[in-house]
Design a protein around this ligand. Structure first.
Ligand code: ATP
Length: 304
């Protein structure tokens, strides 16, 4: 079920087109990773979804309605845009209570979201003394106050330690398991590959890829196999005859594509050739992501 529908969205700031005719959907019961290099337009898109910026062209709906037409927005969509935005002098409980009261939400929700985010023990402490990880949790608690079916997180793991990252990752997955639609932005492919069911990749405000994570991994996993043998020249001929593409690697190794490691091993056994190494080479996810977005990074360094 489509919970966020972005259609032909364009956003200009003066002469700059920051989001350019962008269309994608965010479905219920899934974590959708929103990926792109710095400056790609992720935050701007999220702000438009949340009614914080007006589109130049196109439309965005949440469960079929524009943000400004939602009667009680917090009960439809919760967002974590900037964890630093919490008033530091306020106690965690008071911060959430003020939000609940201002939005006409029942007070009991405060206790519920504090429990859900593991903040019960520090509810009476001032947010100013919180670590970044705790501030993130408080921001997430606020986003959950209205028990919304749609959640939007902008770079929630930025700056967190591995334990904090793990917690956020598991938490987003648990929200999706409850049937909620979760949209989360990141510029790290490896992070999203572990969290998201679906990936929407943008560069310079334009859609680059809209694919399931498993499909992306399958495509980026089509790597090469490193082979070592005492008879490289002879084996290279056998490999080529079997349809593989072979090039010379370092220290007289062979870099083979077009056959799997198992197929190469079988071919060697069939011809009685001894292999001293047979290693599938997977391109890293970050490499696959850079390949995908290389034409759209904001500032490209010049390499010699
Ligand atoms: N209010 C604004 N006025 C003018 N330009 C803006 C404004 N907000 C964003 N931009 C520009 O729009 C572009 C996209 O920014 P945005 O923050 O949406 O990208 P992003 O993908 O979230 O990147 P990052 O990961 O760096 O936050 C940037 O070049 C930015 O400078």
């Amino acid at each position: 079920m489509t919970m966020i529908d972005v259609t032909g969205l364009t956003k200009r700031y003066g002469p700059d087109t920051v989001v350019d005719d962008l269309s994608f959907t965010v479905e219920a019961g899934q974590v959708t990773g929103f990926l792109g290099p710095n400056g790609a337009g992720k935050s701007t898109t999220m702000k438009v979804i949340l009614g914080l910026a007006a589109p130049t062209r196109g439309s965005v709906t949440i469960d079929g309605r524009r943000y400004r037409d939602l009667p009680v927005p917090l009960t439809e969509v919760g967002a974590l845009l900037d964890a630093g935005a919490v008033h530091g002098g306020r106690k965690a409980y008071d911060h959430l209570l003020a939000l609940a009261v201002a939005n006409g939400l029942p007070r009991r929700r405060v206790g519920e979201v504090l429990a859900r985010t593991g903040l019960e023990g520090v509810a009476g402490k001032r947010a100013g003394g919180f670590s970044l990880g705790m501030r993130q949790r408080l921001g997430i608690a606020a986003a959950l106050l209205g028990d919304p079916r749609v959640l939007i997180f902008d770079e929630p793991v930025n700056g967190l330690d591995p334990e904090g990252i793990r917690w956020i990752r598991d938490f987003m997955r648990s929200l999706a398991r409850e049937g909620r639609a979760v949209l989360v932005s990141s510029h790290l492919m490896s992070e999203m590959a572990q969290t998201a069911d679906h990936l929407v990749v943008i560069g310079r405000g334009r859609l680059i890829a809209d694919t399931s994570t498993s499909e992306f991994l399958r495509r980026s996993g089509e790597g090469t196999v490193l082979v070592r043998t005492s008879e490289p020249a002879g084996f290279a001929l056998r490999l080529t005859a079997s349809g593989a593409t072979v090039r010379e690697g370092t220290e007289s190794s062979l870099v083979v594509s077009g056959l799997t490691g198992a197929e190469i091993g079988e071919l060697a056994a069939y011809h009685g050739i001894v292999l001293s190494e047979l290693t599938p080479q997977r391109p890293s996810l970050e490499d696959a992501f850079m390949e995908l977005t290389k034409d759209s990074v904001e500032y490209q360094g010049v390499t010699a």
